[in-house]
Design a protein around this ligand. Sequence first.
Ligand code: SF4
Length: 178
Amino acid sequence: MNEQTLQLAGIVQNSIVDGPGIRLTLFTQGCPHHCPGCHNPETHPFEGGTPTTTEELMARVADDPLLGGITFSGGEPFCQAAALAPFARWCKERGLETAAYSGYTFEQLLSLKEDENVAALLASLDILIDGPFLIEQRSLELRFRGSRNQRTVDVPASLAAGTAVLDRSERWNGPEGA
Ligand code: SF4
């Protein structure tokens, strides 16, 4: 894998709040969505963040046998798809579950498929939590989502079907389901 550099607002090595199990979470710097009530406004500017190489991130993954998955959060991860896609693929090949949050919907990302980096990142994901955070639909009952409009998308099934297929598993959605 060619080394790439990401602009990151933060890294959490052993997160238990960004998906099931123990995960490495990357908060990407830069977001075009500006959702009112966003919890991470410091991630909005595209200037700033800490340059981080994928080599450094691979070392973090290799050094942590407890990791079960990786989550890309933001910021808007798809604004750094060129660097994230090969890293996500590398993680997936090692058995990690790959997930991303995005302010774009699955349908919007599909419509960007002429952007080969967006398509490659999508193809490297197991789960996509999609759509903007809508404060009027905020709910604290949702396990890993912030607002009810957001969906837990099973990405491989959705790409195969050509339409969004939701993951309704308890591990992602809690006992009440999606
Ligand atoms: S997409 Fe996420 S990071 Fe961007 S403004 Fe909305 S909630 Fe915040």
